[in-house]
Design a binder for this molecule. Structure first.
Ligand SMILES: [Zn+2]
Ligand SMILES: [Zn+2]
Length: 198
């Protein structure tokens, strides 16, 4: 386990001071892949980051987890915790803005992971979100003409599934794989490319 870098520890302190919130413990590991991932555990008051190689994505990932730390906990019907809801994104996009993540990067990184983030970004009037939201809608409605320039976050590669706690990720890009894709790729690993809005 590597020690968290000084900038990350300073960021945790700054964000928690700003929100007048207690400070979670921060654990930090490095992984040889571009994208970072993180987990926030409220019961043990900790944030764990697996840092990829992209520095801005590290910053965004830590702020994303801090937003989980600070956002009010909401429950869906049936008792499941709603993680990436409006209250969460109110906090998250505010943190990105105040703590050095450019709007375009935040939109691309969030929408690559959670498509619904664009709806919240649009409501919050994040610059570029309106366009990105319309682009996404248009692309969903006109798959055949989906030829807009997209930013390639991770080049095309063969998916390699690994367990990460109760989740499954692609070991190459770090993205979490769920649902029908996971079932399909368990039977027969395919290839994918990670895209975000240009
Ligand atoms: Zn999250
Ligand atoms: Zn991958």
């Amino acid at each position: 386990m590597a020690e968290a870098p000084a900038w990350a520890r300073a960021l945790v302190l700054a964000v928690c001071a700003e929100a007048d919130a207690p400070t979670p413990r921060l654990t930090w590991r490095h992984h040889d892949r571009p994208m970072s991932s993180g987990v926030t555990r409220r019961h043990s008051a900790s944030i764990s980051v697996v840092a990829g190689s992209d520095p801005m994505d590290q910053r965004l990932t830590l702020l994303h987890e801090l937003a989980h730390w600070l956002a009010p906990v909401a429950h869906r019907r049936g008792g499941r915790v709603a993680h990436h809801n409006a209250a969460f994104y109110d906090v998250a996009f505010g943190l990105y803005r105040r703590h050095g993540v450019p709007d375009a990067f935040a939109l691309a990184a969030e929408s690559a992971r959670y498509a619904s983030s664009l709806t919240h970004a649009r409501r919050l009037e994040v610059p570029g979100a309106e366009q990105a939201w319309h682009d996404r809608r248009a692309s969903l409605h006109e798959r055949a003409r989906r030829r807009r320039p997209m930013r390639v976050l991770v080049e095309e590669h063969r998916v390699r599934l690994i367990r990460d706690g109760r989740w499954t990720r692609c070991a190459v890009c770090g993205i979490r794989i769920v649902g029908p894709l996971l079932r399909r790729w368990r039977r027969r690993p395919g290839r994918h490319v990670l895209l975000g809005a240009a």
